[in-house]
Design a protein around this ligand. Structure first.
Ligand code: SAH
Length: 212
């Protein structure tokens, strides 16, 4: 019988804190979410490996370190309204929800969205709404967002995401062609003003419907 809690604490220490991501709130959130509940049953013993893992429908649950890095870069706090594109298993949404605030997450594959919604409810997350649909157009009805995080990569920054960011809001996403993506942080500093900074090279699945 694997001690998942011990494995989780080791993962946070070795894979995240010792790599320099030491923001206490993010570390606490990563310690709180039972990642083994978000991976296929056959891969449970690998839930805390330092890697992305396959989930259903040929998609992936992101590497823990990258989830932590994205949450940190997005500067999430408990009064924030957050949009995630690419719910997948729901793991990253749960980490964001642990940081507080309200998370809207959109998944284009309806069966994945349904399973994530059921899983997140079972685990008691009341501050996440899972929607099924095309997230490349964001979620106009609930904009503006303090933070937008995408788990799917695109060659361009979708215009809707920039428009749906609050002034001062952060957009964290994989940008660039497949095989040459960078995780970038874009900050809306004024109505038409944005800054952009590359954080690290990454490999994410393509944003379907966007220009990937
Ligand atoms: N955050 C997820 C990782 C999911 S991988 C987790 O923690 O498990 C990226 C997801 O983005 C996939 O499930 C894929 O189906 C979804 N996706 C790709 N293009 C999309 C789009 N246009 N709108 C919504 N979801 C999309």
């Amino acid at each position: 019988m694997i001690d998942y809690r011990a494995a989780r604490l080791r993962m946070v220490d070795y894979q995240i804190a010792r790599r320099g991501m030491t923001e206490p709130a993010v570390l606490e959130a990563m310690k709180a979410v039972p990642r083994e509940q978000f991976v296929p049953e056959a891969l449970r013993d690998r839930a805390y490996d330092d890697t992305a893992l396959p989930i259903d429908n040929d998609q992936t649950i992101s590497q823990p370190y990258i989830v932590a890095l994205m949450a940190w870069a997005a500067e999430l706090n408990d009064s924030h309204k957050i949009l995630e594109i690419g719910t997948g298993s729901g793991y990253a949404a749960a980490v964001m929800a642990e940081l507080g605030g309200w998370v809207t997450t959109i998944e284009r594959i309806a069966s994945l969205a349904d399973r994530a919604r059921t899983r997140l409810q079972r685990l008691g997350y009341a501050n996440i709404e899972v929607k099924s649909g095309d997230g490349s157009v964001g979620c106009e009805a609930e904009a503006p967002f303090d933070a937008i995080l995408s788990a799917a990569g695109s060659r361009i920054v979708p215009t809707a995401w920039k428009q749906q960011l609050a002034i001062g809001g952060r957009l964290v996403m994989p940008l660039g062609p497949l095989g040459d993506q960078q995780l970038v942080k874009i900050v809306r500093t004024g109505n038409a003003d944005f800054t952009q900074k590359a954080l690290v090279a990454v490999r994410f699945v393509p944003l379907v419907g966007g220009t990937s």
